[in-house]
Design a protein around this ligand. Structure first.
Ligand SMILES: [Zn+2]
Length: 435
């Protein structure tokens, strides 16, 4: 009946059609002729004030957060007044404004025009914590800690600081001074958020030029490193190279009838057991090592050697190049995603080349050539050295993508656990190669 009436009257006048479109709206179902009209809506309005001063707050955001009107919102005007129209039924509402705590959500049932005043408490929060030396672990006093636009403090005698901010959010945070490199990082503040900062000393064995050389391509690139521990796969068949040039890894490998030699396998296992921990500050332990066989004649493209979270090590008879090669893939956030090592049969007996190539897949480089690394290093084929240990540990204590001198990537927050922080942007994969 109701539908019929709508249809008949639709042609009579634009104003009547509009009125009927509301009262005949299908979602609310039929209503009794003399009852409340389905779809009738009301206005929720009120004033937002400061709890501490009582003053009306301009620019506060009042929002419906659940029910069928979720997302409807309004900002307060100069008198602190807001008004949200088009509401009907039960819902929760909350108010927020920079510099104030967000109000608890308030349940309200709107069956007529309704008034809801909300008072906001002043925001009470900031970053607080302890500054320590990343090498010695000692607490450091007299360090300047600042959040631009918010304030700055110095760490006390026990290395502590507390830095209030005016509102919740994520802020850049800087810390440095004295004989420490300035750290630039980020902190996420809800209330008083604990953030323990490790700073790198400019000295105490730390050499920024070595660190930048080996891990940052002379400071030009961000660092890259594993964010989950990779597993290792040693291929037990000896391969032959069918396609590739003098200055690249083999692009197409074929499994021969021969097994890889016992020396190759024991060298790989020795490096996995002895060198991974010192090169990564104990992050990569090599607890998961598998051997993998292939049927003779199996053809493998170099790209197929990459698989997620695995470093593959293979022995290749490759007369097309005099070198052994490492390849690795990085994510958009500079995490290392996969690695492969091709040991040339001419290096069969070299433990140091095995160590060197695996180190490439862990984040180590020699941008100016192997013999121009400024200090003894696995990158010069000296095996893991004291400098590799110290600097590799710091590499793995910082998020991937850190820049010189000590700048964290902008997706990172220092007060979030490392495991959570590593769920940063992933992006596409980039493939790298070195000999
Ligand atoms: Zn190399």
């Amino acid at each position: 009946m109701l539908g019929m009436r709508c249809r008949v009257l639709r042609w009579t006048s634009a104003a009547i059609v509009l009125a009927l479109a509301i009262s005949c709206g299908g979602d609310n179902g039929p209503t009794a002729p003399d009852g409340p009209v389905g779809g009738q809506t009301y206005t929720l309005s009120g004033v937002v004030t400061s709890e501490s001063s009582g003053e009306a707050l301009r620019g506060a955001h009042v929002e419906v957060i659940d029910g069928r009107h979720a997302g409807k919102s309004a900002d307060t005007n100069n008198s602190g007044r807001y008004s949200i129209s088009g509401l009907n039924g039960g819902m929760s509402v909350r108010a927020s404004k920079d510099g104030y705590e967000t109000s608890p959500s308030r349940g309200v049932t709107v069956t007529s025009d309704t008034t809801l005043d909300i008072a906001l408490e002043d925001f009470d929060g900031g970053a607080e914590g302890i500054v320590t030396d990343i090498i010695s672990g000692a607490r450091v006093s007299g360090i300047d800690v600042s959040i631009p636009g918010q304030g700055s403090v110095q760490t006390s005698g026990n290395g502590r600081f507390s830095l209030p901010v005016s509102q919740a959010g994520t802020f850049p945070l800087r810390a440095g001074g004295g004989s420490y490199l300035r750290r630039e990082t980020y902190v996420s503040v809800n209330s008083f958020s604990e953030v323990d900062l490790e700073l790198i000393p400019d000295g105490m064995g730390f050499d920024l030029s070595f660190f930048d050389h080996v891990f940052r391509w002379n400071g030009a690139n961000p660092t890259s490193r594993w964010t989950d521990e990779p597993t290792f796969e040693i291929w037990t068949r000896r391969f032959r190279c069918e396609e590739g040039g003098a200055d690249e890894a083999c692009r197409r490998l074929v499994a021969t009838d021969d097994n890889a030699s016992a020396t190759f396998i024991s060298n790989a296992e020795s490096v996995i057991n002895n060198d991974l921990r010192p090169l990564t500050g104990g992050f990569v332990r090599g607890n998961d090592v598998r051997r993998r066989g292939h049927d003779p004649g199996t053809v493998v493209a170099a790209g197929q050697m990459f698989s997620p979270n695995v470093i593959v090590i293979v022995l290749v008879q490759n007369s097309r190049t005099t070198k052994s090669w490492a390849g690795w893939q990085t994510t958009g956030s500079n995490g290392i995603y996969s690695g492969r090592v091709q040991i040339n049969t001419r290096h069969l007996n070299s433990l140091c080349i095995m160590s060197h190539e695996i180190a490439h897949t862990l984040g180590y480089h020699h941008p100016d050539g192997q013999y121009n690394v400024p200090k003894p290093s696995v990158m010069r084929c000296d095996g893991p050295t004291a400098d590799d240990r110290l600097h590799g540990r710091i590499l793995y204590l910082r998020p991937p993508g850190s820049r010189t001198p000590d700048k964290d990537p902008d997706w990172y927050t220092a007060n979030t656990s490392m495991a959570t922080a590593m769920r940063g942007p992933i992006g596409g994969l980039t493939t790298h190669e070195a000999h």
